[in-house]
Design a protein around this ligand. Structure first.
Ligand code: GLU
Length: 316
């Protein structure tokens, strides 16, 4: 049987033929400790990988130092351990990967797909062609900077880009990127690489075959699919889980003050998260060790049971 081996793996593995046919990952941003919303992504990506005999890697998305909360990375690792979510391989850190991001950006520049933009947030909001609150950059600086303006960010040119993919849960997802998302930033004014670029480079270099994460990232995925196409990187399979929202329809997050996971008593949140994904464990297992609950969940995992919607308000 022929197994496609990713170059990254050839560098790091003495036996490239052990490349997993399924490699998933969980990629939290260390802006705070894990909460119920992030547990759902961790759990969904873990179970989908393990149910298929695959690997589940952990990447810490710490490429934006001002947003990294002190102690958050450690708290995330401890929480995953307490919940029995054991990762494969060494933890990956985006803060060490600037060279790879710079190389991808250089490739986009070589392709003539990137341009400098000097617009302020204000100017973009004023000239936006998108919905209020979700401004779509109208391409003002594509033809060059206005005299006297200094370049700030680098954007990728989305003219004529229609992207789409088949999501394993949400079905066909498509977008006219230029009209609905606009030319998006690949390097910020402060020199930091944008998440969209970093995620695509890292997922491909790690040989990730499957991405399971919250449906709040669907718009990001469309941008990432576009970057994969430009950079000639393989497109992984995608599964976007419903996200947990509060009564106002807001995603549970640090911003909406979702409480951190209780590390000392993981069972209740684990059972709730599994129930949220429509995999409630049998009564007899509810006080069991997290590892036992997870072993049951791996056996029982079926995507057909997960509601094919983008958000759900959990009944807690
Ligand atoms: N770190 C990002 C987040 O937590 C991205 C996750 C991902 O690419 O799955 O939203």
């Amino acid at each position: 049987m022929f197994i496609r081996v990713h170059p990254w793996f050839q560098v790091f593995s003495s036996n490239p033929m052990t490349q997993a046919l399924y490699r998933g990952r969980f990629a939290p941003s260390p802006t705070g400790p894990l909460h119920f919303g992030s547990l759902i992504s961790a759990l969904g990506s873990y179970l989908d990988a393990k149910a298929q005999g695959g690997e589940w890697w952990l990447r810490i998305d710490d490429l934006d130092p001002p947003r990294v909360a002190q102690g958050a990375t450690d708290a995330i690792l401890r929480a995953l351990e307490a919940y029995g979510l054991a990762w494969d391989g060494a933890v990956q850190y985006q803060r060490h990967r600037s060279e790879a991001y710079a190389a991808a950006l250089a490739e986009l520049q070589r392709l003539g797909m990137v341009y400098a933009c000097a617009c302020s947030r204000r100017e973009i909001a004023d000239s936006s062609i998108g919905r209020p609150g979700a401004p779509v950059y109208p391409g003002t600086c594509r033809a060059g900077l206005a005299p006297g303006k200094a370049a700030c960010a680098l954007r990728v040119d989305t003219r004529g880009a229609h992207v789409g993919f088949e999501d394993r849960l949400q079905g066909t997802v498509r977008q006219d990127l230029e009209r609905e998302a606009g030319d998006f930033i690949v390097q910020r004014a402060d020199g930091l690489f944008a998440y969209q670029l970093a995620a695509v480079v890292d997922d491909s270099e790690l040989g990730v075959t499957d991405i399971v994460r919250g449906a709040d990232l669907l718009d990001s995925t469309l941008r990432q699919v576009f970057l994969q196409r430009l950079l000639k990187l393989p497109m992984p399979r995608y599964l976007h889980l419903p996200v947990a929202v509060n009564a106002l329809g807001e995603k549970l997050s640090k911003q909406t003050l979702a409480p951190p996971l209780d590390i000392a008593h993981p069972q209740p949140a684990l059972v709730q998260a599994l129930s949220f994904l429509n995999h409630p464990p049998p009564q007899a297992l509810q006080g069991a060790k997290p590892q036992e609950i997870l072993a049951w969940a791996v056996q029982s995992w079926s995507i057909a049971r997960i509601p094919a919607v983008r958000s759900i308000e959990p009944q807690i």
